[in-house]
Design a protein around this ligand. Structure first.
Ligand code: SF4
Length: 884
């Protein structure tokens, strides 16, 4: 029986919301934790659907429940022995540099700590990197250059205390929805101004008083122009700069060199630009929130420093309502940064290039194998695997075959690597398909430990249910492997709290204020206190009762001289530009209801219903020029590869630019993995890939036929999916839906002894099939020259019926439904399952013409509120045009 009520932390984005899981008669229910400072009871659509993903994972063969060695089930002791032997053999034959770990911001801090200790301290390889490299490595590098440490100075409350919030490269409304909710509430209460700086219109545009749709990659010019403007307006805080900052004059000189015609360089209206500069100049309480739109760039570190420069020049750092603020994508990207999860870090914010730090850590860990210097960052790591320099790779809780740029090359690297070990919670991911050894890990709700959110707040993740089969915590798996390799004394851990105490003690070890990350107060935390531990912010020094919400507000920074550094940065173009061959620039990003490569959120029907298919977003002019219409399939080609997506025409895109979602992997779409397009150009300092600026060509992708396949949740299909060039899979509750398209007629394999109903209209090239198992519908297929229009909701409901009625059989073959026209369409409000069609109908017939009225009529928008921008957009598009 589950424990009645457990406080834990959402495992998705870097907001790190507290959730309360309660036992119910059927399982569990989840709600926001009103006492958690990050969210104060709020949740977004993903958080609210957490139990859906847990329940979906529990079904069928989703979870990996037993270790597998070379394709065979193995008991844990054999699997641990196999991992240890293969790592030891690689060490003996090729040396420590032939071993690498690729880990994840999904790991808990305790897992992360053990991974770093094992590979850096005892295997002696510096090659550990994390998927956070794709997320915020440029911010880490920018923070270290400016502040002397990787420190986020502000806290979430600053969004509510600010008079001006600048969102740069951040679709807060979809990527950090609870922060967007907090900002929206503050805006309503105190009229906070919001400026959105993003090449495209997003759900966050709805929050903004001013949207600067700048040219992609021109952020440094924009902020250099602002720095020069601040000086001309007399808004530089010279006294602060004299006492606390160095590099002002050099940064100003570089800024003036870019400031000649910023509006032109950034493609902005001069009046809008002037408004932004004026608002920033006169508003001391300004918070600049930045995210992947800044980081995922070959100039990402310079972009970060251009933003930090304007805050340092005005003394707006670490003060209430006044600070730069990086928000991270992953739930524990910050925890990974604390333990040295990136290849260019050491544990506890120590520096691998500082011999004193290396020696200090070597003594603390009693780890003679620890050497100094940086390891290979993600993109270079997989190139080294492909080149044969790295021969053993352990992947934990991530799916690099989908998420890394040049993903076809990553798959080649994995196929060539002599030893691939993967720890994961599920049986099948694109990366697991290459694993020689598969290790079943515990998932969210089953494991115990800590995570750190974007405001340096450490919270507990707590287990509320048993893991399936033989699944184990990641830290346990690594501990056993370390012991099997002979490192028994250094890996004595039996519980997560023992690791947490060591991590806290290391943060305090010979620190004396040298390192900002210090949670020495937790070095002796008792087991029971760890269980009850309330969220707190670091630093939490030995003897202190509470952590520190803001850092650097007193002007004392982490560089040896206590001063911050403004960095002289110049605008430089992205590595690749649009050309005759690839005339459009592709931007990539997230959807509201999906998380990373969909291995969890893709299983939840209500999350999948928001965007059932990946959509290529394009401006109407570009679509017309390319001969494309709404809903067409389009081939997107870059220098590296191609994908196929359905077209969505929108004025939110600027001409010359397109947008593609990052989530779809090869289990959910045949041609939707956008990392195939992205080249491996990285920022020279941070190693972060340029994922938001990919020159592409877009062409119509015409096919002879299109189809819709509905199946019961079994993976057995009545056709050969491998032969279908385009398919996208969606979980829809009692059934799965596949969108299909191709040229050669699909090869039907049927479903064994199932009853087969069939309708053919050769003249119109239309076919309808249904398969029934003892009267129960198990599959149906609709094929035609155009995308079949069928009532999907009605069809999906038929799968729940124990037997299909004669009337429904007839309707099915006729391609009709009982309640034709009643399809909800893509889900807008996940909380109440309200579709676009229902909202649009209510708006069109005048029953609801405001967000409030839609809420009253349909409940849409009254739950977590993440869908409010979309409801507004539906109302805007449906509003009658009033003649002037
Ligand atoms: Fe989870 Fe982020 Fe949503 Fe909070 S905002 S509920 S952490 S996904």
């Amino acid at each position: 029986m589950p424990t009645p009520e457990i406080r834990t932390t959402c495992p998705y984005c870097g907001v790190g919301c507290g959730v309360i899981v309660s036992a119910t008669r059927d399982g569990w229910a989840v709600g926001g934790d009103p006492d958690h400072p990050a969210n104060k009871g709020r949740l977004c659509s993903k958080g609210a659907a957490l139990i859906d993903t847990v329940t979906a994972e529990a079904k069928g063969d989703v979870r990996l429940t037993q270790p597998m060695v070379d394709g065979n089930p193995a008991p844990w002791d054999s699997a641990i022995r196999a991992v240890a032997d293969r790592l030891l053999a690689t060490l003996a034959d090729h040396g420590p540099d032939a071993v690498a770990f690729y880990v994840s911001g999904q790991l808990l801090t305790e897992d992360y700590y053990v991974a770093n200790k094992l590979i850096k301290g005892f295997i002696g390889s510096p090659h550990i990197d994390t998927n956070s490299r794709l997320c915020m490595a440029s911010t880490v590098a920018g923070h270290k250059r400016a502040f002397g440490a990787d420190v986020v100075p502000g806290c979430y409350e600053d969004l509510e205390l600010a008079d001006l919030v600048v969102l740069v490269g951040s679709n807060l409304a979809w990527c950090h929805p609870v922060l967007a909710q907090r900002l929206r509430a503050a805006r309503q209460q105190r009229g906070t101004r919001v400026v959105l700086i993003d090449p495209r219109g997003t759900a966050s545009s709805d929050l903004a008083d001013l949207h600067l749709a700048l040219k992609p990659g021109s952020d440094v010019a924009l902020f250099n122009g602002l720095l020069a403007h601040l000086e001309q307006a007399g808004a530089i805080d010279r006294d602060y700069a004299l006492r606390h900052v160095q590099g002002l004059e050099a940064a100003l000189e570089a800024a003036y060199a870019d400031a000649a015609d910023v509006a032109e360089s950034c493609g902005l209206d001069p009046a809008d630009l002037a408004t932004f500069y004026d608002w920033f100049t006169v508003t001391p309480r300004t918070v600049t929130v930045f995210s992947q739109g800044v980081n995922q760039s070959s100039r990402g570190t310079d972009k970060v420093n251009a933003i930090l420069n304007v805050h340092l020049a005005t003394g707006r750092v670490g003060k209430p309502g006044s600070s730069p603020f990086s928000v991270t994508g992953q739930p524990n990207a910050m925890g990974g940064r604390e333990v040295g999860g990136l290849a260019n870090q050491l544990a506890a914010h120590m520096n691998p290039d500082d011999p004193l730090d290396v020696e200090r850590l070597r003594r603390f860990w009693k780890a003679p194998a620890l050497k100094g210097g940086q390891g290979l960052k993600a993109v270079d790591m997989f190139r080294a695997i492909r080149d044969g320099r790295i021969k053993a790779l352990w992947i934990m809780a991530t799916n690099p075959a989908v998420s890394l740029p040049e993903s076809d090359l990553v798959r080649d690297a994995l196929a060539l690597c002599p030893t691939v070990i993967v720890s994961d919670i599920v049986t099948d991911t694109d990366s697991l398909r290459h694993a020689h050894i598969r290790l079943p890990a515990l998932g969210w709700g089953e494991k115990d430990g800590t995570v750190t959110n974007s405001e340096r707040r450490i919270s507990r993740q707590r287990a509320f249910r048993q893991g399936p089969g033989e699944a184990k915590p990641d830290w346990w798996i690594m501990t056993q492997v370390a012991r099997a390799m002979g490192f028994v004394a250094a890996f004595p851990y039996r519980t997560a709290v023992e690791i947490f105490r060591e991590h806290a003690a290391l943060s305090d070890f010979e620190n004396d204020g040298l390192r900002a990350f210090d949670i020495g107060a937790m070095a002796r935390v008792r087991d029971g206190d760890y269980q009850q531990m309330a969220p707190f912010q670091w630093p939490l020094l030995a003897g202190a009762k509470r952590g520190t919400d803001r850092l650097y507000g007193d002007g004392r920074f982490s560089h040896a001289n206590g001063k911050a550094r403004m960095v002289a940065v110049r605008q430089q173009a992205p590595v690749e530009r649009a050309s005759l061959r690839f005339p459009l620039i592709a931007n990539t990003g997230r959807y509201r209801d999906q998380w990373h490569t969909m291995t969890r959120t893709g299983l939840a029907a209500r999350l999948s219903a928001h965007r059932p298919e990946p959509l290529l977003e394009m401006h109407p002019d570009d679509a017309a020029a390319g001969g494309l219409e709404e809903g067409d399939l389009a081939r997107v080609t870059s220098l590296r590869g191609e994908v196929v997506m359905r077209l969505s025409i929108t004025n939110d895109q600027r001409p010359g630019q397109v947008f593609l979602p990052m989530h779809w992997n090869d289990l959910f779409a045949s041609r939707g993995g956008i990392s195939r397009l992205v080249t491996g150009h990285v920022d020279a300092i941070s190693g972060q890939p340029e994922s938001k600026h990919v020159p592409v060509r877009v062409e119509p992708w015409r096919t002879q036929w299109a189809g819709l396949l509905f199946t019961a949740r079994s993976l057995v299909l009545p056709l050969a999916l491998d032969d279908v060039p385009y398919w996208v899979r969606q979980e829809a509750g009692d059934c799965r839906i596949h969108e299909l398209a191709g040229d050669a007629p699909p090869v039907l394999t049927g479903l064994g002894d199932c009853e087969h109903l069939e309708y053919q209209d050769a003249t119109r090239a239309i076919a309808r099939h249904a398969w029934l198992d003892q009267g129960r519908l198990v599959a149906c297929l609709f094929i035609g020259p155009q995308r079949p229009q069928v009532a999907r909701d009605w069809l999906a409901r038929l799968f729940a019926q124990p037997a299909l009625s004669a009337a429904d059989r007839a309707l099915l073959l006729a391609g009709r439904s009982r309640d034709a026209g009643a399809d909800a369409g893509p889900i807008v409000c996940s909380c109440y399952g309200v579709g676009r069609a229902a909202i649009a109908a209510a708006v069109a017939d005048g029953r609801a013409t405001s967000v409030e009225a839609v809420g009253k009529l349909l409940s849409a928008g009254t739950g977590c509120g993440s869908c409010v921008p979309e409801i507004k957009e539906i109302i805007r598009h449906a509003a009658p045009v009033v003649a002037a």
